[in-house]
Write a protein that binds this ligand. Structure first.
Ligand code: ADP
Length: 189
């Protein structure tokens, strides 16, 4: 029995916060492409150098690079009981690449948690967070880039019967109560 889940939603919707709570309660590895790129940048690795210009502008890192790091991470043993994907896939090409990676090993996603909130909520939260790429221009570009891409991904997983919508504009613990309900129902399937 495994718990393979993916968190979908625009920047600022609270995916990272919910991921941290899921990690704590379900003890699953958190695979955040954004975190992996930031760590690579901090360590000044080749990957970090490649990712930096894209991230600084709020654009997507090229798919070959991103798919490659996720494939490597998913090959690690600790992901076998399950994992939380956060920030990947971010377009349909990545979604298809993920299917290939998983199906090769007889694995598949169990659920997609799609967090939603109004644009103003997202902008306010990111401004409050103050990460290096949380300047007004870059925030706007990340929302523009991801806004167009997220809905087709949601449809892709909805057609597979995997999509679960969660209102991410509520208080974090209230959101997590919904998350927990869903994950517990999957575990008991
Ligand atoms: P946010 O959700 O606020 O955009 P993330 O930490 O998820 O924050 O991502 C930060 C940046 O990392 C993105 O703007 C992008 O440049 C890069 N990135 C993260 N995930 C991906 C991905 N799946 N594909 C391409 N680039 C990505």
């Amino acid at each position: 029995m495994s718990l393979n889940i993916m968190l979908l939603g625009l920047p600022g919707v609270g995916k990272g916060t919910q991921a941290a709570k899921i990690v704590e309660m379900y003890n699953l590895p958190h695979i955040s492409t954004g975190d992996m790129f930031r760590a690579a940048m901090a360590n000044e690795t080749d990957l970090g150098m490649q990712a930096k210009s894209y991230m600084d502008a709020g654009n997507l890192v090229p798919d070959e690079v991103t798919n490659g790091i996720v494939a490597e991470r998913l090959a690690e043993e600790d992901t076998k009981p399950g994992f939380i994907l956060d920030g990947f896939p971010r377009n349909l090409e990545q979604a298809k690449a993920l299917e290939d990676m998983l199906s090769k090993e007889g694995r598949s996603l169990d659920a997609v948690l799609y967090f939603t909130a109004d644009m103003q909520v997202l902008v306010d939260r990111m401004m409050a967070r103050g990460r290096a790429d949380d300047t007004p221009e870059v925030i706007q570009n990340r929302l523009d880039v991801n806004g167009k891409l997220t809905e087709p991904i949601a449809e892709f997983y909805d057609e597979k019967g995997l999509l679960n919508k969660i209102d991410g504009s509520r208080e974090l613990d209230v959101v997590f109560a919904d998350v927990k309900k869903l994950l517990d129902s999957l575990k008991n399937d």
